[in-house]
Every structure is written in C-alpha cells, then in structure tokens.
Design a protein around this ligand. Structure first.
Ligand SMILES: Cc1cc2nc3c(=O)[nH]c(=O)nc-3n(C[C@H](O)[C@H](O)[C@H](O)COP(=O)(O)OP(=O)(O)OC[C@H]3O[C@@H](n4cnc5c(N)ncnc54)[C@H](O)[C@@H]3O)c2cc1C
Length: 425
C-alpha cells in the first residue's frame, strides 16, 4: 500500500497537481499526489503527434525552471513539455504515486476528513485537491449516428494524417485544436472542410511582441472569471511552424473550405448553419480589438516598438466566405472522416460530496469548494482567464495552498487563548 494516511491528497499529476505539490511543500503541508496513469500523461499521449505549445517557451512554463537548450521564443513540442513536467516534479521532489486511480472519495461520517478508495487500497485524507484537468472526456455532439458510413473521431484521438483513411476530411470546430488539425491535414494534401463557429483569434505577434505578452500587459490573462455560464470563448491560436496568427481567410486561400457551424445530418448529407460570415467577422473584430488595445498601450506607455502595418492587411475573402456552403453530401465530396474538435467535459463522479451544481460543475470560490476541505485546481476560469494554462495554474495553486494553510491553522487551534500557528512560509 502506498500510504494509509495523509493531510492533503491531490488527485492528478498533470501540471495542476505538480504545481499544487510545490506550493504545499513550501508551506510544509504533508501531502501525496495520486495519478492513475503517468505524470503529465495528457501531454504524452493525449495530444496529436505534431502539437507544440500554444505559447512560447519563455512564457508557457512554471517560474522555477526554464527549458534547456531552447530559444525562449520557440514553441516547444508536446513531448518536450511532458518531459519538462516530469523533470519539474523530480526537481521539487513531488510525492507522486503513478498508476493508482482514485475510485471514490467520501466524507468520513461525523468527523473531519475523507475516505479515499483507490485501485490500491484506501487512504484517509484530511483534505482533497481535485486536479484532474479541464480537458478530461472528449465530447462529440450527437449529430451523426455511429452507423453512418464515415469514420468519426474526436481531436483527442487524432494523431497524424496517416492514421486516417484516404479521402477528404471534415473538421468540426475551429478552436486551437480544430484549426491546427485542419491546417496540418491540408498541408498533407488532404481535401479539408472546416466548420467554423464563434471564436476569438488574437494576433500571434504584433509590433514585435507575442500574443502572450500582450495578454499579460493588457491584463487579459488576469481577467477575472466572468458570470458563470458565460465564460467559454473558443480561442484559435497556434505555435505551429514558429507561430502564425490563425487566419481563416489564409487557410481558405491555401485550399481549406470553410463552412458555418455543423448543424444536422441526414441521408449522408451534413447541414451547416448560415453563420460563417458572422463567425469570421466576430474573430476579425477580436483580432483588430487586440491590435487597437496594443497600439493604445504603446502610446500610453511611450514604448518604442516597431510599426506593423502588415498586421492590418487582410487576405481577400474566399468564395466559400462570400457564398457560404449550407450542405455537403459527404460521399459525393469524398469525405471519409469527421474529426470532432468540439471540446471536453470534466468528470468528478468519483468525488461523492456536495460540491456541485445541477450541471455537475464545481461550486467554488477560486478553487475553495462549498464543501469544507475540498479544493479544485486547473478549472477553466478558476480565478482568471489563465487558470487552465501552465503559468496560470501555478498562481492558482499558490492561492489554494494558502487557503489550505489557513484552514489547517484554524483547525489546530485548541480553544484556549493560544497563538494560532498560521502558515509556514
Ligand atoms: C490540445 C491542447 C493543447 C493545449 N496546449 C496548451 C499550451 O500550449 N499551453 C498551455 O498552457 N496549456 C495548453 N493546454 C491546456 C492545459 O495546459 C492542458 O490541457 C493541461 O494538460 C492541463 O493540465 P491539468 O494538470 O489541469 O490536467 P491534466 O494534464 O489532464 O492532468 C490531470 C491528471 O489527472 C489524472 N486523473 C484523472 N482522474 C484521475 C483519478 N480518478 N485518479 C487519479 N488520477 C486521475 C489524469 O490521468 C491526468 O494525468 C492545452 C490543452 C489541449 C487540450
């Protein structure tokens, strides 16, 4: 048996679990990290082969470690990111137990703490941090029946063009995953149809600075979580081939056929909504808004950054944008594969506590659950836009560790006029 008792049990050894372990170690809180597969498994096997980080190496990392032998402006490949996290876990001596699944967590009746049922026996923990990720279960909308004569897979299961049967591909969803996969398939010589929904598409670089820098100085990474239910914005960015702005007109100019949102399917024919022009216009508006904010910031701060008039030159509107396609007969167009780049859902079914709303979403304040001694980490918009990204989760972990330490101090107070032993630093 790994351990039978701990103060804080962290579930998941992705970047969230590792960051949590670092901050708990700093605060001298005894803890273990339980991981059902391997450290950083999502970066090892849960992504396509050619994926690189969406942000440059100087930014998409934890503060305590830089990437070795890597230009700070480069976008690191996914395997390198996985190795970075494994190295980081070793550097901070994170007490990770791999290959152990947390099957069920329930409150110990009538006392503080939890009984944690794992694939290798039970553990008693005083508190729980659920760090199981924002991108757990691939979601495919129920549009095309499994019996349809076309291969269907989620972007989570896409690896490379050679994995797909010969023929054209419909990619549904034009967030970072869908747009990058469509681009990759098009470059590999496939005919590609890309179904584009509402999205933001910030410039990759503007006036000599990367998008991550602009989001930082403009306070947009740190933007507080908006009203629950309104927070999801699909962001289309890419670090592929040194990083390029995601521009759907450019993709179309290179051969990708754009359509609106995938709406329905029947008799081998896919129907698309008539929203392509609006969705492209919305993405453009976001793009130019970032440029305008950047220009205003440069002026206000008196910065000497190079002009970038090219950034405001648009590619011509392709035919598929001026005259959008509303339906496609899949067989007639030779489409043999549909890749659903349609997002993920979380799964906390193992956590048997009253910490969820009617949709199953955690009810929490910056990661502190309504259920005492239960914490979440790595949720989208947990405290800010950056929460589910590498640098953001590290800062959220720091806050959650603080909250754990504060609770520990109160819980240690014995009722006499003693000094409360607040947070070890
Ligand atoms: C395609 C894609 C590209 C991305 N690119 C970037 C990027 O470039 N930069 C960036 O900052 N972010 C990026 N992200 C977002 C985010 O950084 C990653 O998704 C990251 O893996 C999230 O880390 P995490 O620790 O929250 O979750 P995960 O990495 O998913 O880790 C959770 C861990 O929990 C384990 N687990 C789950 N359930 C249990 C259980 N019951 N018992 C034990 N263990 C369990 C899992 O095995 C997993 O290892 C990307 C996301 C996707 C989907």
């Amino acid at each position: 048996m790994l351990v039978d008792k701990t103060d804080t049990l962290i579930v998941g050894a992705g970047q969230a679990g590792i960051a949590m372990s670092e901050h708990l170690s700093r605060a001298k809180v005894p803890h273990v990290v339980i991981e059902k597969q391997r450290t950083a498994e999502a970066w090892r096997t849960g992504r396509w082969d050619n994926l690189v980080a969406n942000g440059p190496a100087w930014h998409d990392r934890f503060p305590g470690l830089e990437f070795d032998n890597c230009h700070p402006d480069a976008f690191v490949p996914k395997d390198r990111m996985a190795q970075y996290l494994v190295d980081y876990a070793a550097m901070i001596d994170a007490p990770i137990h791999e290959g152990v699944e947390v099957l069920e967590v329930e409150r110990l009746a009538g006392k503080g703490g939890f009984r944690v049922k794992t694939s290798q026996g039970n553990i008693t923990a005083r508190r729980i941090v659920a760090a199981t990720g924002a991108f757990q279960h691939p979601v495919i909308p129920p549009i095309v029946p499994e019996t349809a004569d076309v291969m269907q897979l989620h972007s989570f299961h896409y690896k490379n063009p050679a994995q797909l049967p010969d023929g054209a591909v419909l990619v549904v969803g034009a967030g970072s995953s869908g747009a990058q996969i469509a681009d990759e398939l098009n470059r590999a010589g496939r005919k590609v149809v890309l179904s584009v929904g509402p999205h933001d598409r910030p410039p990759r670089r503007y006036r000599g600075r990367d998008n991550v820098w602009w989001l930082g100085v403009l306070g947009l990474w740190d933007m507080a979580a908006p009203t629950p239910g309104t927070e999801h914005v699909t962001i289309s960015v890419s670090g592929a081939r040194g990083g390029q702005t995601m521009d759907f007109r450019r993709l179309a100019g290179e051969g990708v056929i754009l359509t609106g949102v995938t709406d329905s399917y029947g008799n081998g024919v896919m129907q698309f909504a008539g929203d392509l022009q609006d969705n492209i216009a919305g993405g453009d508006a976001n793009y130019y808004h970032v440029l305008d904010m950047a220009d205003a910031y440069i002026e206000r701060m008196g910065l000497d950054l190079p002009e970038d008039p090219e950034a405001r030159v648009s590619f011509p509107d392709p035919e598929c944008l001026t005259n959008p396609i509303r339906s496609i007969d899949l067989a007639a167009e030779g489409i043999t594969t549909i890749i659903w780049a349609t997002g993920f859902r979380q799964d906390f079914s193992w956590l048997k506590v009253n910490a969820f709303d009617e949709r199953g979403a955690p009810i929490h304040q910056r990661g502190s659950s309504v259920e005492p001694d239960v914490y979440f980490l790595g949720l989208p918009w947990q405290s800010r836009r950056g929460s589910s990204f590498l640098w953001g989760v590290w800062h959220d972990a720091k806050h959650v560790a603080d909250q754990i330490n504060i609770q520990r101090a109160y819980q240690q107070y014995d009722g006499e006029a003693a000094i409360v032993p607040f947070a070890a630093e």
